[in-house]
Design a protein around this ligand. Structure first.
Ligand code: GDP
Length: 483
C-alpha cells in the first residue's frame, strides 16, 4: 500500500498546520491529503508558533472573508467612497483589514508574489484576497478551509490589472506628502506598487511600520510579480516575529508554499500520473529546468551549458564511445530518471539521444523525460498554466535539481522541493558562462527588485550586507535571498 512506500511520512505539514483536516471533503482536493506520500521527508518543519499563527489567520479569513458581514461592510465603504474627505470616520468602524494582491506575469512569478503577500498579510493581520484574472481558481485549491482567497467578481475597484504607481492612492505618493499618517485614512485605499518599474518612494514600503501608518488603511491593494520576503526580514518592525515564525531562515518559501499551494484534482492527476509512470521506479531523479530568456528558438550554447554543468557537477554520468560488452542479464543497472522541463523540446531530444546513442561509463541506465513543450509562454490560459504548475511540482519531487538563473519557474521548482539547486548562470552574448553553474547557498527564491535602503540608518545601503541571513543571490548580483 502507499503507506509502506518509501514516500510515506506520518502527516503532511498541512495536516499538522490545520485542525480542520477531518472536516473537509478529502476528495475535493486530493493533493492536500496525498502529497505527503509523494515526498521522502519534510526538508524543514514548521515551528509551533508558525502553526499557531496559521490557525489564527485561517480564523481571520473565515471571520472577514468574502460573504461575511465584515467583508460586505468594508466593500460597501469602498463602493460609497467620495473624494471629499468626509469618509475617514467610517473607516474606523470597519473591523477587518484587507490585502488585495494583483498577481501578473507568469505562474512562477504569481506563486512567489502570493507567498510573499501571504506572509505580509500574516504579519499585519490582513485578510488576503487575490485578483482572479488568471487561471488561479482552476489550478489551486482554496488553502483556508471555509473561506475563499479569491476576490469576489463584484469587487468595487475595477481594472485592478491597470493600476500603476502613478495613481494618487499609491504608497509612493503618500509618503511624499507632508503628513502621510493623516492622509491614509482619507484615502479610498492605498496602492502598493512593487513592480520592477516602481520608484524609490514606492520601495519605502519595505521600511514601513504598518502600526504607525498603513494600519489605518482598510484596503491595501498591491501589485507585485515577485518574492519580496527577504525585504521583510530587513524591516526592524517584523524582526522579532519573523524570528519566532521561522527559526530556520531558509525555510520560509518551503513552508509557506506547502501550506498554501495545493494543486486542484485535475493538476494533481497530471502530476501523479507522470510521477508514477516515469519517476517513481528509478533509483535517483534529477530535474533540469531550462528557461531561455533570449527567444524560443533552441540555442547550442544553452545545450552546451546544461551538458557542462551536469558533467562538472557529476549530476549525469559520462558516456563511452565504444559499445561495452553486454552486461549480465541478472544484475539490474542502477537507474537515473531525468525530468526536463522547458518550452522547447530540442534540449531534451539532444540529451535523450546522448544516452540512447551511447552507454554510460558507470553502467547506469539514464532515462530522459519531458512532460510538455509548449513552445511559447501563454500565461493565463488554464491548460497551459496547469501544465506549468504540474511541471514545477514534478521538479520539486526530484532528488537533485539544476535550474536556470533568473527564472521564477525554477525558484518554485526547487523551493517547493526543499532542494538547494545548481543554478545555471544566465548566458551573455550567446555564450555559455564559465563556470556554467554553481550550487546555490540555500533553497530560497531570489528577490529580483530589492530595496537599496537601510530602514534603521535611514539611508542608502548595500542591503545584502545588513544582516547575515539576507545575502545577494548567486544568479543576480543585486538580488537578495534568505540563507
Ligand atoms: P519565469 O519567466 O521563468 O520567471 O517563470 P514564470 O513561470 O513566471 O513565467 C514563465 C511561463 O512560461 C510559465 O509560467 C509557463 O507559462 C511558461 N513556461 C516557461 N517554462 C516552462 C516549462 O518548462 N514548462 C511549461 N509547461 N511552461 C513553461
Amino acid at each position: 500500500s502507499r503507506r509502506d512506500s518509501p514516500w510515506t511520512m506520518p502527516a503532511s505539514f498541512w495536516q499538522l498546520a490545520t485542525t480542520s483536516t477531518r472536516q473537509g471533503n478529502s476528495r475535493s482536493c486530493l493533493s492536500r491529503y496525498n502529497s505527503a506520500f509523494y515526498r521522502k521527508k519534510m526538508a524543514r518543519s514548521p515551528s509551533a508558533h508558525l502553526i499557531k499563527r496559521l490557525r489564527e489567520h485561517e480564523a481571520l479569513q473565515r471571520r472577514c472573508g468574502p460573504g461575511t458581514e465584515a467583508y460586505m461592510a468594508a466593500a460597501a465603504r469602498l463602493r460609497s467612497w467620495h473624494p471629499n474627505g468626509t469618509n475617514h470616520r467610517d473607516y474606523t468602524h470597519v473591523s477587518c483589514k484587507y490585502l488585495v494582491l494583483v498577481p501578473y506575469r507568469g505562474l512562477g512569478n504569481n506563486i512567489l508574489a502570493m507567498a510573499s503577500a501571504f506572509l505580509y498579510a500574516l504579519l499585519t493581520d490582513r485578510v488576503l484576497l487575490h485578483d482572479r484574472t488568471t487561471s488561479l481558481g482552476d489550478i489551486f485549491c482554496e488553502p483556508f478551509q471555509g473561506a475563499s482567497w479569491l476576490l469576489p467578481h463584484h469587487f468595487p475597484v475595477k481594472n485592478l490589472q491597470n493600476l500603476t504607481g502613478n495613481v494618487q492612492e499609491s504608497y509612493g505618493h503618500l509618503v511624499q506628502r507632508n503628513d502621510p499618517a493623516a492622509s491614509v485614512s482619507v484615502r479610498r485605499y492605498v496602492f502598493v506598487d512593487l513592480d520592477h518599474s516602481c520608484t524609490y518612494h514606492d520601495k519605502l514600503f519595505f521600511c514601513d511600520d504598518h502600526r504607525r501608518f498603513l494600519d489605518r488603511a482598510t484596503w491595501l491593494l498591491m501589485r507585485t510579480d515577485g518574492y519580496f520576503v527577504p525585504a521583510l526580514f530587513l524591516n526592524p518592525t517584523y524582526q522579532e516575529e519573523l524570528d519566532r515564525l521561522f527559526p530556520q531562515k531558509d525555510a520560509v518559501f518551503y513552508l509557506l508554499a506547502h501550506y498554501l499551494f495545493h494543486p486542484t484534482n485535475k493538476v494533481w492527476g497530471l502530476i501523479t500520473r507522470f510521477h508514477d509512470s516515469y519517476m517513481r521506479g528509478s533509483d535517483e531523479r534529477l530535474g533540469i529546468q531550462v528557461r531561455v530568456f533570449d527567444g524560443d528558438t533552441p540555442f547550442q550554447h544553452i545545450l552546451d551549458q546544461i551538458l557542462a554543468c551536469t558533467s562538472r557537477e557529476h549530476l549525469l554520468p559520462e558516456v563511452v564511445t565504444q559499445e561495452p560488452p553486454h552486461p549480465s542479464t541478472t544484475s539490474r543497472a542502477r537507474s537515473k530518471a531525468v525530468l526536463m522541463t522547458g518550452l522547447s523540446s530540442w534540449y531534451y531530444e539532444n540529451i535523450r539521444w546522448k544516452y540512447w546513442q551511447s552507454a554510460t561509463a558507470t553502467g547506469e541506465a539514464v532515462s530522459v523525460y519531458q512532460p510538455s513543450h509548449e513552445e511559447h509562454q501563454l500565461s493565463g490560459y488554464t491548460t497551459h498554466d496547469m501544465k506549468a504548475l504540474a511541471e514545477m511540482y514534478l521538479l520539486s519531487m526530484t532528488d537533485k535539481i539544476v535550474t536556470s538563473g533568473w527564472s521564477t519557474f525554477g525558484y518554485v521548482g526547487h523551493g517547493l522541493g526543499g532542494l538547494t539547486p545548481w543554478i545555471m548562470f544566465r548566458p551573455e552574448n550567446h555564450t555559455a558562462p564559465d563556470p556554467p553553474c554553481r550550487r546555490a547557498k540555500s533553497m530560497e527564491p531570489c528577490m529580483h527588485g530589492p530595496p537599496f535602503y537601510d530602514c534603521r540608518a535611514k539611508q542608502g545601503a548595500d542591503t545584502g550586507k545588513l544582516v547575515p541571513h539576507v545575502q545577494h543571490c548567486e544568479d543576480m548580483s543585486w538580488g537578495l535571498k534568505l540563507v
